[in-house]
Write a protein that binds this ligand. Structure first.
Ligand code: HEM
Length: 405
């Protein structure tokens, strides 16, 4: 099939990739993309199978970097590869299991009960500042500060450092996603950002070791002091959890507000029946996920639907395409906050399933509840256009989303 039929980089596809995902699911579910030089999986069952298949490795950073920058010396990415690459998201068993076990104590139901008050408080404080203004940019005034302040509090780091660590996190994520811009520039910027985050955390870690508390950083330090991980891994875990803990939720929050405002009858239904909020959050996650793709690296040759995937090749797993597979979801293109049995893959599945899924759900629920309760008249600003963030296949959100109330 000619590559043009599935051009995920066309201006229309960047705005709305779902028609191409459908074509791929129907015509080429295991597809070799010449443009990206990797395989793309789009059917729900195939994506689940791949997420559970340990022959597909998460240790993919270096191969991805080589794909992005075939002509360049990867020396320019030394810190990105060797620090960021040491965190759990980029590791295979047994290291992955060891590292995840330490961090997961910070995300139990009991731990989240503790953080629930904090999430509520942060949402209230931000809305207090905005309530009387009459208009705002949903992204910079609410979606960005909300999860970033929550994760800063969880790490017990100054919330005033937010803009700094958000800038570094965005740079890392931009390169990780394989941006459509200047990849060499993005590589430098991702590497610089890892260096800055590493020295930021190293300083904080020295201080915190003198006085441990009940925060996430102290929990990770305890794991290190008990000999369960080395110093590089400790820093990498802090960086990965910080980055994963807000960039994705910022985008998902903005995507959710956008989709609710665009589907007024659904929004009215939610406002008249707030008990639908949990359901609405799941539909927001399914309909327009902020993490449309993840990637794996084939460790050995394997076959999927008669296609030979060779050892060393990258496989892109489209969580967004799987979420719109009509073998699994009725009328998947419909945004329906009453949808039942919503088994979306926005947090993936299997060993690497999102560690922060409960926290993300809690933030979305509390944030949206408060937003629509306190600003019941929320609507798109008629004279300002939203600016979609579609710079890479892997992450999707808004640069800005102007609203009035
Ligand atoms: C709506 C928001 C979020 C979405 C859509 C999301 C999505 C995902 C996905 C798809 C993965 C699996 C990637 C893979 O298998 O390659 C993942 C992993 C991860 N997420 Fe999230 N995430 C969100 C929020 C969060 C939050 C709030 C945190 C923490 C505070 C977090 C921490 C992590 C970590 C640490 C991993 C790696 C887990 C592992 O490798 O075992 N995420 N996330």
């Amino acid at each position: 099939m000619p590559e043009l039929s599935y051009n995920l980089l066309s201006p229309e596809a960047l705005i709305n990739p779902y028609p191409i995902y459908r074509k791929l699911r129907e015509e080429a579910p295991v597809y070799w993309s010449e443009t990206f030089q990797c395989w793309i999986l789009t059917r729900y069952n195939d994506v689940v199978t791949a997420l559970l298949d340990l022959r597909l490795s998460s240790e993919r950073l270096e191969t991805l970097a080589r794909l992005h920058l075939p002509q360049l010396d990867l020396g320019i990415l030394d810190n990105y590869l060797h620090v960021f690459g040491k965190g759990m998201a980029m590791r295979d068993p047994p290291e992955h299991i060891r590292l995840r076990k330490i961090a997961s104590q910070g995300f139990t139901h009991k731990a989240l009960k503790h953080w629930q008050l904090l999430v509520q408080q942060v949402a209230n404080d931000l809305l207090d500042k905005i309530q009387d203004v009459g208009e705002m940019d949903m992204v910079s005034d609410l979606a960005e500060p909300f999860p970033a302040t929550v994760i800063a509090e969880m790490f017990a780091i100054p919330a005033t450092d937010r803009e700094m660590f958000q800038k570094w996190s965005n740079a890392i994520v931009k390169f990780l996603g394989g941006s459509f811009g200047n990849l060499e520039e993005d590589a430098h910027s991702a590497n610089e950002s890892v260096i800055k985050l590493e020295s930021y955390f190293n300083e904080l870690l020295i201080e915190r070791r003198q006085k441990l508390g009940d925060d996430l950083m102290s929990l990770l330090i305890t794991g290190y002091e008990e000999g369960k991980m080395d110093e590089k891994e400790l820093c990498a875990q802090c960086i990965q959890i910080l980055v994963a803990g807000h960039v994705t939720t910022v985008d998902q929050f903005a995507n959710g507000v956008h989709d609710l405002l665009q589907h007024q009858s659904q929004l009215k239904q939610l406002q008249s029946n707030p008990n639908l909020m949990n359901n609405a959050v799941e539909e927001i996650l399914r309909y327009n996920t902020s993490v449309p793709f993840t990637q794996r690296l084939a460790k050995v040759d394997l076959t999927m639907r008669n296609k030979r995937i060779q050892a060393g090749q990258i496989v892109l797993l489209s969580l967004a395409a799987a979420n719109h597979d009509d073998d699994v979801f009725n009328s998947p293109e419909q945004f329906d906050i009453t949808r039942q049995d919503n088994k979306h893959l926005s947090f993936a599945i299997g060993p690497h399933m999102c560690l922060g899924a409960h926290l993300a759900r809690l933030e979305l629920k509390i944030g949206l509840e408060n937003l629509f309760k306190r600003l019941p008249n929320l609507r798109f600003a008629e004279d300002k256009l939203p600016q979609l963030k579609a710079e890479s296949l892997m992450f999707r959100g808004f640069h800005s989303l102007p609203v009035r109330f």
